[in-house]
Design a protein around this ligand. Structure first.
Ligand SMILES: Nc1ncnc2c1ncn2[C@@H]1O[C@H](COP(=O)(O)OP(=O)(O)OP(=O)(O)O)[C@@H](O)[C@H]1O
Length: 301
């Protein structure tokens, strides 16, 4: 009885859950939107409930079409909250514009169909891999197979012929028969099918091994060349060669520039994260900054 009461309590929470506004026809953007992936954010603040404590404070920045931006910052600095805000998944103030169109005027379903987010723990539906890549049956097998190949998923289990992944591979509820890294790769394949011009990737934390991480980044570089990619990174190496790095601290944007410029900034936040990381030489090289030169100019701390 007690267990059932818990269930009732949960159902009651859902029944009383505050609803998002119903998507309207008026807010439907053109099918090709956003065609360039240009993003402008002005004075963006966010909280997890209306009137709740603000977790992002007045963020303003611009990301040009096709740029690869890495978002870094300490635990709790607001990186995941930023990804949610970019899709209006939590209450926000200020404006987020993709190709000049503000998300507050866009039909929420359309917004989330056109901008792709790969969360830390992507959800999968029970069914087959095909159902997961293409739940509405919009693409033919050639496109889906190409996406699987490009995402690197075929390579994941290539060593084991018996368990070779195909479009008919069963997926259990929540994707429990795939590792977290593989689930992110499947979500990436979905993004490749959809050809979104903006991809937001919240890198899975320690649960994802380095080779899977490298594979995801390599697929993004090869397959999504003219796509704007925003990657929340827990490992600096993931985003060391991005076009720009955004550093968040306590919900505020404290740095936003190319990694090479940030690494030359005395007392910079990004520089201090890199210098403390134990991979600093490699990260300097990735950013195109010669560690020896940096040392000579006493950039190294
Ligand atoms: N579901 C939630 N409800 C209320 N507050 C939340 C929720 N999720 C996160 N927060 C708060 O928002 C702030 C920013 O958290 P967020 O998860 O965005 O940080 P993060 O930089 O992504 O951290 P991490 O590196 O640990 O993933 C923190 O103060 C956190 O406690």
């Amino acid at each position: 009885f007690e267990v059932s009461c818990n269930s009732l309590e949960r159902i009651e929470n859902y029944v009383n859950c505050e609803q998002e506004p119903k998507p309207t026809e008026a807010g439907k953007p053109p099918a090709y939107w956003p065609s360039s992936g240009h993003l402008v954010v002005e004075k963006l603040s966010a909280s997890y409930s209306n009137g709740g404590e603000q977790v992002l404070h007045d963020l303003s920045f611009e990301i040009k079409s096709g740029e690869r931006v890495g978002v870094v910052g300490r635990t709790g600095s607001g990186k995941s909250s930023l990804t949610l805000s970019l899709l209006r998944l939590i209450p926000t103030k200020g404006s987020v514009m993709y190709d000049g169109l503000a998300t507050e005027h866009v039909n929420l379903n359309a917004l989330r169909n056109h901008i792709t987010i790969i969360p830390q723990q992507p959800d999968l539906l029970s069914g087959t891999l095909r159902d997961n890549l293409d739940p509405f049956g919009e693409y033919d097998d050639a496109v889906l197979n190409d996406a699987l190949r490009s995402s690197g998923l075929y390579n994941v289990q290539a060593e084991n012929e018996d368990e070779r992944i195909t479009l008919d591979t069963p997926v259990s509820s929540g994707g429990g028969n795939f590792s977290l890294g593989q689930r992110q790769i499947i979500a990436l394949a979905r993004a490749i099918c959809r050809q979104s011009k903006v991809l937001i990737l919240d890198e899975a934390t320690a649960a994802i091994d380095h080779s899977t991480d490298t594979m995801i980044q390599a697929s993004i570089r090869a397959e999504l060349r003219d796509v704007t990619v925003i990657t929340v990174a827990h490992r600096l190496k993931t985003i060391g060669d991005s076009d720009k790095i955004m550093v968040l601290d306590a919900g505020r944007l404290v740095e936003f520039d190319s990694p090479s410029k940030l690494l030359k900034k005395k007392d910079g936040f990004f520089k201090s994260l890199v210098d403390q990381s134990g991979e600093k030489e490699q990260l300097y090289l990735m950013a195109g900054v010669d560690p020896k030169e940096a040392e000579k100019h006493s950039w190294f701390s």
